[in-house]
Design a protein around this ligand. Sequence first.
Ligand code: NIG
Ligand code: FE
Length: 425
Amino acid sequence: MTVAFVLDRAAAVLTLAGPHRPRAGKAMGDLCILEDASVAVSDDGRIAWVGSAHNLDVPGDPPRIDCRGKTILPAFADAHTHLVYAGARKDELEMRLAGADYEAILAAGGGILHTVEATRAAGEDALVAATLARIDRMRRAGTTTFEIKSGYGLDLATELRQLRAARRLSDEHGVRVRTTCLAAHAFPEDVRAGRRSRDAFVDEVCDTILPAVARENLADYADVFCDRGAFSVEEARRVLERARGLGLELRVHANELGPTGGAALAAELGAVTADHLLFVDDDDRTRLRAAKVTAVLLPGTSLVLGKPFADGRAFVEAGVPVAVATDSNPGSCAIESLALVLALACYGNRLSPAEAIVATTHNAACTLGLAHEVGRIEPTMAADLVVLATDDYRDLVYHAGSPLIEAVYSRGRRVDRPADETASP
Ligand code: NIG
Ligand code: FE
């Protein structure tokens, strides 16, 4: 093993050292901080060593990058995004700011269905290019691991194209991506117009789209938008059971618009995550905890849609592991910076800064089956790191939105600046 470089003498290294499982309750605030510490990165892009700077013990004389006065933490993992899409919906943003309601826009055939039209018309290369541009901005804001959902096709060809585009981001561009088939995201136009029944579309998802996705190994997870104005609990159960039978793990859009039973369904089916969760009660939290479902909170969406924030404190106190993600999508929240959303999780969901860091790193990685790879700073883990220009991580919340992120590494390579500048560490 050769050490490529050392991030030396940081004021603080947030290692998050500890077990691979998601953190809940008091453990959600465990950052396991080392002071005056160094991190050595091997030339295969892994953490070679981490510890007190004066104990640094690595072979050879690798370049040292002076990190005095700075903080090093694991790069962020975004556990809920809809990043592969064509077009934008900025007109809808203005409509909502003028008082229109997200659900009313969707019910009138706008919203998600506008993006479906644009995405059906886009080729795979165009989808890859548009998504890479988004990912480039997100990496500069500290995110190096991405969950990406389909759901803007609502037909076989386009759902497959979205998922292939997402896979190409990892196969051809080295981005760490986990994919989710969200074919049950909305009912397509022919169902709205009454030319096809809701059941017939659910049949298509179960009998055609999911089996094709599984056959080509295009998705790691399946998801359903189980909510008011979208899929009912019974429709969602059919889709999720079928997906599970095909070997996919489950994530569920649940209880965003009303207390619709999606969270209980996620617990019943043993989903990995239930996401949004604005309208839940103590029973839901007890069920989620018992079923070991991680609550994925999306405070950017609450902010953009002018909705309440999920009660993050109640999840922590109930012992439900919490992750926080952007939900980045063309409609309900196009925010790309998980660093900013981390701050919103404090101000909106009432997480502490330490809990919000665990929620955007280790816990998020756990929901993606990547806890052995990212989310903590320990030897053999990938060198996916953020260097902050401050000695106090709480500045991410205190000075939310300020440009505190000085460097971002993915597998030991800088990913926060244009390609021609990436030669040196
Ligand atoms: O998670 N809730 C459903 N899906 C997305 C919104 C997608 C869109 O508006 O395009 C969400 O908020
Ligand atoms: Fe979403």
